[in-house]
Design a protein around this ligand. Sequence first.
Ligand code: HEC
Length: 111
Amino acid sequence: MNKACVLGLGLLFATPVVVNSADAGANYRQHCAKCHGEDGRGKTKAGQRLGARDYTDPKVQASVSDEAIAKSITQGYKDKKTGRQIMKPTQGLTDAEVKELVAYMRKFKGR
Ligand code: HEC
């Protein structure tokens, strides 16, 4: 094996496959878990105070569309009765990251 080839192999293994987007789990823990809980049940202090629902409940999952989840992430969520903004928009996420977060929320179902 010549030098260039060894170098090439080294680069191949040193380069992570995904370089520019944080994975959904990390984004969820950073932006959402404070209220919705690591397990999606909303049993955190802030979640209880604000009335976060239990996303492991299939009924709760059935009540929101993928579009609504994506919208709540990018535009935030207002309490339907009071009109108060209870969840702020999350900034700085790419479209792909928003999509992955939607899929991540869906995985709580039935846990
Ligand atoms: C400050 C607390 C807080 C944070 C942070 C937060 N949420 Fe929420 N979110 C709430 C509350 C409270 C509700 C209303 C009750 C519910 O549906 O859980 C809500 C509602 C939602 C809904 C329902 C939208 C609908 O149309 O019914 C989804 C989906 C959601 N949040 C996902 C997320 C995701 C994903 C993140 C992170 C990007 C996040 N939330 C961050 C508090 C928060």
